[in-house]
Design a protein around this ligand. Structure first.
Ligand code: NAP
Length: 288
């Protein structure tokens, strides 16, 4: 393998270690730990695993977890009432509503009900708008994690040609805005993009979030590029795999992130980071 590995697991550990120190400072100053409310509706097994992993990571970083598991029959009004309570709870600095929600509940309404000041996932339209303006408050966790992974390589972002594959509201669009904010020249690709391989080959930074196993092949990658793979796909044998054809692409890229062990752990670390940042902001504390 020619490319250097961007180890998301190790980076996430570094983030958690720093957050544990920040959390202890918040506790010392205010008498309360940074607090994250986790709200899970229904019994989707994957969602239960995701929430459990997030809660475990919180505990390692000294964050108080306020766990809410609601039955699949929960009504939208009941969920909104709980969110309202958490919005007003001074021990809570971040609120996570695990998606997807059961079909009787409108996710948009729910995500907009979370106070923009406790929007640890960074999904509220207020926070999205702040990012568009170039004055972000809470940034969406996955793209924020991808930015940290690029930074960890030491490759400068300013002036680089960045290509983002995928334009979802939770990954592709906010990631493109964050890169723009850092003065990259950004192209966003989607399912209607013409001659996608040629566009990808221009990328010095290639960020992939489309949800198609091994879609990006070596002929689509520029020599020496930084390639970050957000995709999480399950193969027929049950193994996880990214959107990038890892082995051949790693012969050509300069840097590459694996799946698993890449963006996934960093997404969780950024949820924690947003929660601690919120608690520090609340306490009038600046990060070191
Ligand atoms: P999404 O909402 O399904 O969006 C997929 C995007 O990819 C769309 O913009 C779509 O284009 C584009 N696309 C699909 N097929 C394409 C093709 N053949 N060529 C070019 N573009 C194509 O997905 P998402 O929520 O952003 O997630 C993307 C992947 O990242 C998934 O595998 C998801 O599981 C993973 N993910 C991982 C994490 C993590 O923490 N590791 C977090 C979030 C997501 P159109 O807009 O034209 O349809």
């Amino acid at each position: 393998m020619a490319a250097k590995l961007i180890d998301g697991k190790a980076l996430a550990q570094q983030v958690r270690d720093r957050l544990a120190i920040d959390s202890a400072s918040v506790l010392a100053k205010t008498g309360v730990k940074p607090g994250l409310a986790t709200i899970l509706v229904g019994d989707d097994p994957a969602s239960h695993v995701y929430v459990k992993n997030k809660q475990k990571a919180c505990e390692l970083a000294g964050i108080y977890v306020d766990d809410h598991k609601l039955p699949a029959s929960t009504t939208q009004a009941e969920l909104l009432a709980l969110i309202e309570k958490k919005n007003a709870d001074s021990k809570i600095h971040g609120i996570l509503v695990q998606l997807p929600l059961p079909k009787q509940i409108d996710s948009r309404v729910v995500l907009e009900a979370v106070s923009p000041n406790k929007d640890a996932d960074g999904f509220h339209p207020y926070n999205f708008g702040r990012l568009v303006e170039g004055h972000p408050v809470f940034e969406a966790c996955t793209p924020k994690g991808v930015m940290k992974m690029i930074e960890s390589t030491g490759v400068a972002i300013e002036g680089k040609r960045a290509v983002v594959l995928g334009r979802s509201n939770i990954v592709g669009k906010p990631l493109a805005l964050m890169l723009l904010q850092r003065n990259a020249t950004v192209t966003i690709c989607h399912s209607k993009t013409k001659d996608l391989p040629a566009v990808c080959r221009e990328a010095e930074l290639l960020l992939v979030a489309i949800g198609k196993a091994k879609f990006v092949t070596a002929d689509m990658v520029r020599e020496g590029a930084v390639v970050i793979d957000v995709g999480t796909n399950k193969l027929p044998d049950g193994k996880l795999c990214g959107d990038v054809d890892f082995e051949p692409v790693s012969q050509k890229a300069g840097w590459i992130s694996p799946v698993p062990g890449g963006v996934g752990p960093m997404t969780i670390a950024m949820l924690l980071d947003n929660t601690v940042e919120s608690a520090m902001r609340n306490a009038g504390m600046k990060r070191g």
